[in-house]
Design a protein around this ligand. Structure first.
Ligand code: ARG
Ligand code: ZN
Length: 871
């Protein structure tokens, strides 16, 4: 049963204060709540019964209104609701409930991870702790009392400040926490365990001292220094960039091993998947360092964009997530290289979000309905949501955007609001009309923008004609024209900047406003026939179509003033080449590589003036996943064959360049996760991945030496992955030695699991099955499940095996996890949702597995994805 945005009503009751007591016990925890409630004067339902949310895993012991325990006939518990037919206008509701943290495998609500208790309440986890108005527009001041055995749980944490500590008569410890900021229940958190702590202090811009504490199990406390520094950088950046200062006297982060997602922004007490917090040079790759920094920043930034100003309802999820992703992306760009960061973010968007937008789960950034909200923590809500905020930034410019965000935070502090309120603040502060722009929130699908042009030598005028089209998506057959900002400039045939005049403004760069289905823009004073550089910085999340010649692309790649578009042109060149090879492979022809890309890559490798990180990004061929997104239908084996063939050809033709590049960027340094060092390592390792394709002894020896002597995980793991993906004969030995070396570091073992599961080989499926029986595997741990099944999903020969065994295997795992952990099971369905785009034989095999899953007794999470996929 779906719920709809159009049915939104304000809550009939409010909860001004929430007092919770947890008597912690692994088997049965007693939760007592005292809710200071009153009827909401703004509700039109003044006679409505009180309906509280609660999970089937919550056992109600007793309920009282004021001092009177309610008799059985005064309330009803049906499935997941507690209904009390009549209440006074204002009253204290007391509930006593029992929960079983030890048996909580869904990792929602209160559960056990390793030796600790922890919580995850977003989006609707709080109802698995006790009965409540579990919706984000009910904001309350929380006081939390934790009672536990101090010998096993010396650390007991909740939101806000610790205000009291004492003992019960039986000698248990009692700790009381109070959070002065009203918040919805999804931001509640509790942690108890025997944890080590790393402490620091941050001095805010108004000179207040904030105590910073990061908690982990004791064996991990040596891996939090980087996160602590990243936190301080985030706090400073939010003051400087958005004028946002932290508000409590203490900010805590806890790392837990079992966690469904990346991390959670609970007020004053962020809880992190340990894979997104712990970092050390020996065990963590460059990518993972940057990920830790970005997620620490993301969760911290939520304190304003999410907590101080929160969402009215879950349809508005992108209000906080889209904006906060935009904020963390901007932060990372400022800390490192903005072009590199933009290329990475856009690659990800175009690969994964575009695929989501083209599939059966396509939905608007502000969905109109859902069955299970957990299914809507999506790339569309997060990444496309961020692109919407970025477009607003482009339309308003830096200064007005800041004025808009200031107004938004000031106007809505302490409120639960909508995406429309966000846009209205941006509009009011800038006087820029965003009426049409708002449709980005409600319209699903990726617009296709097609551009044609003409140049008139005699009048020196240049015309661009742009059309936009968005294909139908489930439940949205007809589409409106969106307001699409197209940042662009012109280049001469020699690659020089070509200023032009548009509507009287002379500039090297313009922002075009595509607002109709078709529009023509005329540029004056264009001195020669230009090559257009369109959609600079990826100024809108659209598919751009313009018939660039190979010559045009080479020119843009070497000369465009916009770094992002230099990458984009190179990517297009590689896509064009690969598309030809893929078609040859599908038709069973011999594959033959054109010289254009080879020439482009040679020039790149010989130009010492370029940022090595950008060179590495360009040399990394478009991924299997991205090429699959572009293809229709998808022939996975042909894509793989084409990529391998092109890589080998490039390697053989440019072997000297790759060898030289490898050595040039292989420098001995004290490891640091700085943009500069990361750039050298990424180019070095990319060059190595080509060089070993030549199969020469020198290359294999260099790889082996790097594997054996590396003093950091980036170089060691790169060497290992290159050996595995390059199918070198020593790959098996290296994998075995890697496990031997790192078997006591779970996060490293997870990387090993993913790489092993992705290893292309004849018996790939059996291999993955043996990994799931390996002592390093644990079905209860989402990171391990993600490593093995995620890695297997990338395994073309294993997952897309022509006999359908790969799909069957994944379906079996989904069925296995369906009840145990619905959120994880639902995420695992994603590869199967792409069945319609696959070539007919594989498509039918995949569809059959979806139907097999549907025959099971499904959780809401899995049910929604499977039924929508089959529709
Ligand atoms: N708000 C968190 C973040 O993006 C995500 C938590 C989502 N958790 C969930 N189980 N759906 O920062
Ligand atoms: Zn978030």
């Amino acid at each position: 049963s779906a719920i709809y945005l159009k049915d939104y009503q304000v809550p009939p009751y409010l909860i001004d204060k929430t007092e919770l007591t947890f008597d912690l016990d692994e088997a049965t925890t007693v939760v007592t709540s005292r809710l200071h409630m009153r009827r909401n004067p703004e509700s039109t339902q003044q006679n409505a019964p009180l309906v509280l949310d609660g999970g089937e895993d919550v056992k109600l012991i007793g309920v009282a209104v004021g001092d009177c325990a309610l008799p059985a006939e005064a309330y009803r518990v049906n499935e997941d609701k507690l209904v009390i037919d009549s209440t006074p206008d204002a009253f204290v509701l007391t509930c006593e409930t029992l929960i079983e943290p030890q048996n909580n495998t869904s990792l929602e609500g209160l559960y056990r991870s390793s030796s600790m208790f922890c919580t995850q309440c977003e989006a609707e986890g709080f109802r698995h702790i006790t009965y409540y108005l579990d919706r984000p527009d009910v904001m309350s001041v929380f006081t939390t009392t934790i009672i536990a055995d101090e010998t096993r749980y010396p650390v007991m944490l909740s939101n806000g400040n610790e205000v009291e500590r004492g003992k019960t008569e039986e000698g248990k410890t009692v700790v009381v926490w109070h959070d002065p900021f009203p918040k919805p229940a999804y931001l509640f958190a509790l942690v108890a365990g025997d944890l080590a702590v790393k402490e620091d202090v941050f001095l805010t811009q108004s000179q207040r001292e904030v105590a910073l504490k990061i908690f982990t199990e004791s064996h991990n406390i040596d891996k939090v220094d980087y996160a602590m520094e990243a936190l301080k950088r985030s706090m400073r950046w939010d003051e400087e960039t958005y004028g946002r200062e932290y508000d409590l006297d203490i900010f805590m982060i806890v790392a837990v091993d079992d966690f469904n997602m990346g991390a959670m922004e609970n007020k004053g007490l962020n809880i992190f998947n340990s894979s997104c917090l712990l970092a050390s040079p020996k065990t963590t790759t460059d990518d993972n360092f940057l990920r830790v920094e970005a997620i620490v920043a993301h969760e911290y930034f939520h304190n304003w964009s999410g907590n101080r100003v929160t969402c009215r309802d879950w349809f508005q999820l992108s209000l906080k997530e889209g904006f906060t992703v935009f904020r963390d992306q901007s932060f990372s760009a400022d800390m490192h290289s903005d072009t590199v960061k933009r290329v990475e973010d856009v690659s990800f968007l175009k690969t994964a979000q575009f695929a989501e937008d083209a599939g059966p789960m396509a939905h608007p950034v502000r969905p109109a309905s859902f069955i299970e909200i957990s299914n809507f923590y999506t790339l569309t809500v997060y990444e496309k949501g961020s692109e919407i905020v970025r477009m607003i930034h482009t339309l308003l410019g830096e200064e007005k955007f800041r004025a808009g965000s200031d107004l938004y935070f000031e106007r809505h502090d302490g409120q639960a609001v909508t995406c429309d309120d966000f846009v209205a603040a941006m509009e009011d502060a800038s006087s820029i009309d965003l009426t049409q722009f708002r449709d980005w929130y409600s319209q699903a699908g990726t617009p296709i923008v097609t551009v044609t042009d003409s140049y008139d030598e005699s009048t020196k005028t240049y015309q661009l004609t742009m059309t936009q089209e968005t294909l139908p998506t489930p439940g949205q057959d007809s589409k409106v024209a969106l307001h699409i900002p197209v940042r662009m400039g012109l280049l001469s045939q020699e690659g020089d900047l070509l200023p032009s005049s548009l509507d009287g403004t002379v500039s090297d760069e313009h922002v075009l406003h595509l607002t109709d289905f078709e529009q023509t823009m005329t540029f004056e004073n264009v001195s020669s026939r230009p090559v257009p550089s369109l959609l600079r910085g990826f100024s809108a999340p659209v598919k751009l179509r313009y018939e660039y010649s190979a010559q045009d692309l080479l020119l843009l790649m070497s000369s465009d003033a916009d770094g992002f578009n230099r990458w984009s042109a190179a990517q297009q060149l590689a896509v064009n080449e690969l598309t030809q090879l893929i078609n040859q492979a599908i038709q069973g022809q011999a594959l033959s590589v054109d010289s254009t890309l080879v020439d482009g890559f040679r020039a790149l490798l010989n130009d010492g003036s370029l940022d090595p990180a950008m060179v590495a990004l360009i040399l990394a061929l478009p991924s299997q996943a991205y090429l699959s997104e572009l293809a229709n239908p998808i022939y996975p084996a042909a894509i793989k064959q084409a990529r391998q063939h092109l890589k080998k050809q490039l390697a053989n033709t440019l072997s000297e360049e790759f060898e030289r590049t490898y050595h040039e960027h292989n420098m001995a340094v004290d490891y640091q996760a700085t943009a500069e060092q990361i750039a050298h390592r990424s180019l070095k390792n990319t060059a190595l991945s080509y060089w070993v394709e030549t199969g020469t002894e020198a290359a294999i020896a260099a790889l082996t030496k790097q594997y054996e002597t590396a003093d950091n995980m980036t170089d060691q793991f790169s060497a290992l992955s290159i050996a595995v993906h390059g199918q070198l004969s020593n790959a098996g030995d290296l994998l075995a030695s890697f496990y031997q070396q790192w078997q006591n570091e779970p996060l490293v073992v997870n990387k090993w699991l993913a790489l092993s599961a992705g290893q292309e080989q004849d018996n790939a499926l059996q291999h993955v099955q043996s990994l799931m029986a390996h002592p390093a595997f644990d079905l209860k741990n989402p990171n391990k499940v993600r490593s093995v099944l995620g890695g297997f999903g990338q395994n073309v020969s294993g997952f897309h095996n022509a006999d359908g065994s790969g799909y069957r295997f994944l379906a079996d795992q989904i069925i296995l996890l369906n009840k145990r952990n619905p959120q994880i099971a639902s995420r695992l369905c994603t590869p199967l949702t792409r069945w319609k785009k696959l070539e007919p034989t594989l498509s039918a095999l995949m569809k059959a597995e979806l139907e097999r899953i549907l025959a099971e007794d499904l959780s809401k999470d899995v049910y929604e994805v499977i039924t929508k996929s089959l529709n």
